[in-house]
Design a binder for this molecule. Sequence first.
Ligand SMILES: [Zn+2]
Length: 303
Amino acid sequence: MIPLFDAHCDTLYALQKNGGSLARNAGHFDLTRGAAFAPAARFFAVYGFPFGVLYPLFAKNAAACQDRIALCRTASEARATAAAGQLAAFLSLEGAEAVGLSEGGLEDAWRQGARMVSLTWNHDNPLAGGASGDGRGLSEAGRAFLRRAKALPMVVDVSHASDRTFWDIAEEMGGTPFVASHSNARVVCPHRRNLTDDQADALIRANGFIGLNLYAGFLARGRQAVLSDALAHLEHFLSRGGAGQVGLGCDLDGCDDLPEGMSGVQDMEALYELLLRENYPEALVRDIFYNNLIRVVETVCGM
Ligand SMILES: [Zn+2]
């Protein structure tokens, strides 16, 4: 079967906003369609609503499908869950607003299972500058928050960071792997949510992770994106030496426009097959689809 570890989806946000269940819904991801992949793991982002709202929503949905999904905090939990034929669900915080911008809130979320955090969404906040803000970096409070996240430990995500926040975080991480969970290459598609080559190089050097984002607007500009556009971004990261660091952060349920012909997780098989048709070794495709991200979880969050 095709393995799939996706570093970012907004399915919890979509369920809270639109209703429906994790078992089956009209969005990009549900457990019914996700069951086609194994081993399967996925980070569910807490975005747009407080952790205290989306965590109970997640827990209620997971309890209703106990045979199909389990919350995981480590790589070994993910492996055991996958071996039982279930989806390994990880929780991430997309923007520290979800935990009231506070270290105490961050610790509470960590205790309840959250294992990845980004300090901002696109907007600036008192901790850090976001991708659409005025260009500021980390504040002193942001540095303290980041150090707390690193110590818990949580995977630190820079996908929505301003360029300056990116470099402030890279410096604070001091070699610990960090990730851009759902960002593409800026040289391939010029957008401030995509990574510059220097940023991609820094993530690769830190043995972190870059998750390819399938949002059409981050894949191509000025025309409808097609699935092979994802290949152009992938090729670019591979050309920077990222075979062990690039993977998937598809942004399912967080974007309204996927590449032509794609309507959700069920179409990930088409990307897998496209890579094989392009003569990618299957071991590399499996690294991209699963292994590179589980390695970061193992390194940061423990075996
Ligand atoms: Zn996002």
